[in-house]
Design a binder for this molecule. Structure first.
Ligand code: C2O
Ligand code: CU
Ligand code: CU
Length: 489
């Protein structure tokens, strides 16, 4: 059975009890309606102030723990955290620094930390084999050798990653360097980290309990939280603001835009600054991806409000079919900064396709073992394989350059593919959107494949040797086994 047929027969069960019954009665007349109804987003009144997690640097301690009493959707709830508060601290480091982060596992289960986007020695990368039992601790020593950028951290214990991230274990990791500092980008109150996540609540309780069909689509929550705050607002000045956007959701893709249509000036992607700013009125952000954007609020009047929204992006995909509002910005005064957008940001040297010594292809569209798991739907796989911790699937030679092709041409699901231990460039997208989009014109570690798309990536394995993983960053798919080991020798 194809996924769409499966959802057709069971899609109604994914609609949460939070939703008014009138939506349940919505008639299905068109072809698109037949793929099932999305989990309709519930919007709030945008009257909670945005919270910025504390910023830490130097030697950091993260205590993974269960906390309760936090106001997550206006009601006190229980969640997981790396501190006594919502989400982990924003960790800040500079290129050239070696950071020490002690993880104390006070959870009742094993965990570890992966530093998403950072290129680190194998034993510091948070491979799913390197997990620490309840009560144990581990000292991560992180030599920060790469350029400025917005990275992040989250647990990576196989088959528990999605739940641990969903329950609150995630944080932003900002790297600064001199090149970026010399641009004098908006900073202080004008530099805002925004971690976007969708959550589901049953009553007041944060609820992670995906059904079989939600392992197919990914677990889609009905409430959108920014930095752990549901339906927030932020005050900004009438001037330039830098938004560091991170999609920390397990499966939801956002098609970000402003309610008045004003543009984003995209200055960076996963692996730091682009060479020149790219102007776009919408930014697609898949789970795991980051976008560094500048926004000019100077055309707005003091007192004026506008909204960050997510627009529809596909009428054929369950989650692409609803537009919703994410947060509110309110202009509350004049800006004292006199920033002008530079025409050049950095230098991105394109890796020529001709320098590749080998092309590897990864089929990400095929489900395997359809007789077995998930109500007969089978399991997510890469090249027909389900993750095996002990098996090395690909071996690459350190220092060489390769082209990797992810093929979702025959697929009908969304897969954001992520590679550890390397940053890559997107050479080409074939099918679907058929182009390399603005946020892909720099260094990347995660790339979105919509159904029908194939991408060609180029990368040089100039980092550390050892065993790393590549996987789908739809965390339900990852936990289902959509992950492989590759070894750099
Ligand atoms: Cu953010 Cu292996 O993941
Ligand atoms: Cu990663
Ligand atoms: Cu996937």
């Amino acid at each position: 059975m194809k996924r769409r047929e499966f959802i057709r027969s069971s899609g109604i069960s994914t609609i949460s009890a939070l939703v008014g019954s009138s939506l349940l009665l919505k008639a299905c007349h068109t072809e698109e309606d037949m793929i099932g109804e999305p989990n309709w987003i519930v919007e709030g009144s945008f009257d909670r102030p945005l919270i910025i997690p504390p910023v830490v640097s130097g030697n950091v301690q993260l205590i993974a723990q269960s906390i309760s009493g936090e106001m997550l959707n206006g009601k006190p709830t229980s969640l997981l955290s790396y501190r006594n508060g919502l989400l982990g601290p924003v960790i800040k480091a500079s290129t050239g620094e070696t950071l020490s982060v002690q993880l104390q596992n006070n959870l009742s289960e094993k965990t570890n930390i992966h530093w998403h986007g950072l290129i680190l020695p194998e034993n510091m990368d948070g491979h799913p084999k390197d997990v620490y039992a309840s009560g144990n601790s581990f000292n991560y020593v992180l030599p920060i050798q790469q350029r400025a950028g917005t990275y992040w951290y989250h647990p990576h214990p196989h088959e528990a990653t999605a739940r641990q991230v969903f329950m609150g274990l995630a944080g932003m990791f900002i790297v600064n360097d001199n090149e970026e500092l010399s641009l004098n980008l908006p900073s202080g109150d004008a530099e805002i980290p925004l971690i976007i996540q969708d959550k589901r609540f049953t009553g007041a309780a944060l609820d992670y309990s995906p059904t079989n069909d939600e392992i197919m689509t990914g677990y889609l929550g009905e409430q959108i939280l920014i930095n752990g705050v549901f339906s927030p607002y932020a005050n900004v000045k009438k001037g330039w603001v830098r938004l560091r956007l991170l999609n920390g959701s397990t499966a939801r893709v956002y098609n970000l835009a402003f309610s008045n249509g004003m543009p984003f000036h995209i200055i960076g992607s996963d692996g730091g600054l682009l060479s020149t700013p790219e102007t776009a009125t919408s930014v697609m952000l898949a789970p795991g991806e980051r976008a560094d954007v500048l926004v000019d609020f100077s055309a707005l009047a003091i007192g004026q409000e506008l909204f960050l929204v997510s627009n529809k992006f596909s009428k054929y995909d369950l989650q692409g079919r609803q537009a919703f509002t994410i947060m509110k910005f309110k202009v509350d005064g004049n800006s004292s900064n006199s920033f002008t957008l530079p025409s050049t940001l950095s230098t991105i040297t394109s890796i020529p396709a001709s320098s590749s010594i080998r092309t590897r292809t990864f089929d990400i569209a095929t489900m395997i073992g359809g007789d077995g798991g998930h109500g007969g739907m089978g399991r997510h796989s890469i090249n027909g394989k389900i993750f095996d911790m002990e098996r090395i699937d690909e071996t690459v030679e350190g220092g060489t350059t390769e082209i990797w092709e992810f093929d979702n041409g025959m697929g009908d699901e969304i897969h954001p593919m992520h590679i550890h231990g390397v940053q890559f460039q997107v050479l080409q997208r074939m099918g679907g959107r058929n182009e390399v989009i603005a946020t892909e014109k720099g260094w990347k570690d995660t790339v979105l494949l919509m159904p029908g798309e194939k991408v060609r990536l180029i990368m040089t394995f100039s980092g550390y040797t050892g065993t790393f993983v590549l996987h789908c960053h739809n965390l339900e798919h990852e936990d289902d086994g959509m992950m492989l080991n590759f070894e750099i020798v």
